[in-house]
Design a protein around this ligand. Sequence first.
Ligand code: GTR
Length: 409
Amino acid sequence: MGAEAQYQANYDESKVPSYNLPDPLVMPGGRQVKNVKKWERKMRPATLHLFEDQVYGKIPGDLKMTSFRIVEEGKNTPYKNAIRKQVELLLEKDGKELRALMLMYLPETDQKVPVFLGLNFYGNHTVTEDVNVLITESWVRNESSFGIVNNQSNEKGRGVRTNRWAIQEIIDNGYGLATIYYGDFDPDRDDFSDGVHPFLYHYGQDKPRPNEWGALGAWAWGLSRALDYLETDPDVDASKVAVMGHSRIGKAALWAGATDVRFAVVISNNSGCGGTALSRRRFGETVQIINAAFPHWFCDNFTAYNNNEDNLPIDQHQLVALIAPRPVYIASAEEDQWADPRGEYLSGYHASKVYELYGKKGLPSPEMPAIHQPVMNQVGYHIRAGEHDVTLYDWQQYIRFANLHFLNR
Ligand code: GTR
């Protein structure tokens, strides 16, 4: 096969190669895991280790924010019955600084509220028309239709992504929303001199080692640091935080949910390759394609599986299994074939035996549900009409799923 053919994506189901998925409940030596204790003591750590070592990379140290500061709060928002907070998460170490700015909208109540937490792609000011929201100063990807010039956000971007964030619905249902621009933790470019990585370099080091974290690892780390703050906020019920992410940020949300069990619910929106899509299916985006286009997302060890998926010691259903027994929701879009909707569904299906070990119901059928027929067990799934995006329909299902698990209704 020539290099070009190797890079071509397959969209034909009949050309999906036959493959053998690793059984999430069979230990590397062949022993069957028969109970939760064995899963938690042996198989889960072994699985997590493989993802750290071969896919996302491990964090080579213990790194927490050094301070949190509320920089702004107010009731003058475009939303009914909502308050706004903007919180700076600051990391200071060895003369270096990393600042992440969290935007929160919370329903106005004296109760602690559950929260959806998700990173955003172009800055907090893009998710809302609210003129009080601060414009990010971090490096952003140029996007001419948002007026971004020289990788710098400006006023023109305000509100350009409101369609992806159903803020009023979230508030009306009694939830808060917390969001941070993902590039605050690591700008999305193949450059390891910026973002959080240098904070853990040894003397003379200028990039992570082959088994150390890439950008997805940095974004997942940032989600955990956001949760550290939420645990201190008296208005938030931090035992009820649903981490949600779209696309590359959906991959990061899954990895955050796998590595940090404090996340009570995990939601993957169109996360695709390196998210919930099974790598072995090689449908749409593949390991080779993603490593070529985004060499900074995964750890370098992951490139060993370019065009070599059958040798992966794990597959993405085991990433979902790492979230068990906590509720996980996987969403696909019909026209998002690049992300392989069937592969996204199947990872939930094949992870379900770990949920069953806990006596929880996952996705019992190997057949995908029809469009707009959500399944809401401990593993949830829907496929909606339309493209790669986050829509009001998606949010309505996430709110229903959260209601089911957080409020029993
Ligand atoms: C694409 C990439 C996908 C997905 C998407 C996104 O270019 O191939 O894996 O992450 O970007 O994040 O929007």
